[in-house]
Structures are given as structure tokens and as C-alpha cells.
Ligand binder design. Structure first.
Ligand code: ADP
Ligand code: MG
Length: 225
């Protein structure tokens, strides 16, 4: 018998996404359904072009599905006006991409604070504690260009975690870092999972996938077990 799971904090049901280019149609997502529980780490693996990045964009509400829906923390995200999706995203979703989402002329600390401007005080992570957790206390006043690769990756993670998201979506976050940085980032994601954050990470790294609770494969727009 399956162990009873915690309630899903992220649900996707029947997602389809098509792209048109002239007469050509690319099908990026075909009937993708997924549930992720609080605290669960899920790796999304699959060949290039199989729809992994499209899936993350749709889960984040950055992109709208052509069919199906996404809900996060019990609230439907799909088919709402962009401003509402942005508000839900700011409150509930952390985004981490390979090219860190850092604003170049701001310090690490200012980058985190800027990411917090759309949420109320209660929803924000205390900046000092967050930077401490990520080993960035001594770099709080540094600009992104002054950081090492590992520090930059962790600063990107600080921005993603700025609003204590229930769901963290990461697209190949360790694609361009050395293995020491990868294992440190992985450790931080794992610890976040232990504290209840659901983490969905697109990765080509076996080490990352092996450290997750569950691995799902994408192939030609479909999620296969
Ligand atoms: P992956 O991240 O697995 O490499 P993607 O989600 O980026 O895959 O792409 C899935 C498919 O959708 C590919 O065929 C890709 O060419 C197509 N696609 C993705 N985004 C767009 C877009 N904005 N316009 C047209 N086609 C797209
Ligand atoms: Mg991709």
C-alpha cells in the first residue's frame, strides 16, 4: 500500500501547449499531469526539446497552457490575468534558472529586497537569516559581477527563496557550475525540502536527479513514469 502523502502543494492537470510557426506546429506539452507534495523533491529529466522548460514556465504561470490548469497552494494559477498570476507567483513560487536572475547594478542584499517588493512583510524571508543560511553573509554588499560562480549560484537561490515560496522551480540550476557548487546547492535544496518546500528541478545531472525523492521523464511533450 502506498504511504499517505502530504497534500499536493502543486497540481497540474491535463496540460497542453502548442507553438505555431507559420504552418508548423510544435507540441511542447501533451496531456501532462503532475502532483507534488510539500517537501517533495522532484527531478524532471529528458532529452533537449522534450518540453521540460515549457513545463516549468507553465507551472510558474509565466506561460499559459492551451489546455489544462495549474494550481499552487490551493489557488488556480492558469487562465487568470497576467497581473494576478504575477502576484500569485511572487507569493508562492521561487524561480531559479541557470543564468541567475540577479540585477547587475544591485548588491546581493538589494537583489533579495527587490524580489520582496510585491509581497507583504509577513511573506518575506528575513534577509539576514536567508543570506546566512546560504553562506552569503560576507557577500551581502557585493555586486553580482564580484561573486564567484558558486556565490552567484547561491545568490540566485537567495532571490528565489526571498518570499518563502511553497514551490521552488529550477531549470538546470547547476548546469554551469563545478561539482562542489552543485553539491552545495543540492544540499541547500534538500534542506529546503526538509522544511516543507516542494522543489521541482529540471536537470541533466545524475547527481542531482539521484538526490531527489522522485524522477519523472519527459519525452516528446509527455510525462512518462
Ligand atoms: P526542453 O526544455 O526539454 O529542451 P522546451 O520546453 O524548451 O524543451 O521545448 C519543447 C518544444 O517546444 C521544442 O520543440 C521547442 O522547439 C518548442 N518551443 C518551446 N518554446 C517555444 C517558443 N517560444 N516558440 C516556439 N516553439 C517553442
Ligand atoms: Mg530547457
Amino acid at each position: 500500500m502506498e504511504v499517505t502523502k502530504a497534500a499536493a502543494v502543486l497540481r497540474a492537470d491535463g496540460l497542453h501547449r502548442f507553438f505555431h510557426a507559420g504552418d508548423d506546429e510544435a507540441v511542447a506539452l501533451r496531456d501532462v499531469s503532475l502532483e507534488v507534495a510539500a517537501g517533495e523533491l522532484v527531478a524532471v529529466v529528458g532529452p533537449s526539446g522534450s518540453g521540460k522548460s515549457t513545463l516549468l514556465s507553465v507551472l510558474a504561470g509565466l506561460d499559459e497552457p492551451d489546455a489544462g490548469w495549474v494550481s499552487i497552494a490551493g489557488q488556480r494559477l492558469s487562465r487568470r490575468p497576467e497581473a494576478e498570476r504575477a502576484r500569485l507567483r511572487a507569493r508562492h513560487v521561487g524561480l531559479l534558472f541557470q543564468s541567475a536572475n540577479l540585477i547587475e547594478h544591485l548588491t546581493v542584499e538589494q537583489n533579495v529586497v527587490v524580489a520582496q517588493r510585491f509581497v507583504g512583510r509577513a511573506g518575506r524571508a528575513p534577509v539576514g537569516e536567508l543570506l546566512e543560511e546560504l553562506g552569503l553573509s560576507s557577500r551581502r554588499s557585493s555586486r553580482p559581477s564580484e561573486l564567484s560562480g558558486g556565490e552567484g549560484a547561491r545568490a540566485g537561490l537567495a532571490v528565489a527563496l526571498a518570499n518563502r515560496p511553497e514551490v521552488l522551480l529550477a531549470d538546470e540550476p547547476t548546469g554551469e557550475v563545478d561539482s562542489a557548487t552543485e553539491s552545495r546547492v543540492l544540499d541547500l535544496l534538500r534542506r529546503r525540502g526538509d522544511r516543507g518546500t516542494a522543489v521541482i528541478v529540471v536537470t541533466h545531472s545524475d547527481a542531482v536527479a539521484a538526490a531527489c525523492d522522485r524522477r519523472v521523464h519527459m519525452a516528446d511533450g509527455r510525462l512518462v513514469a
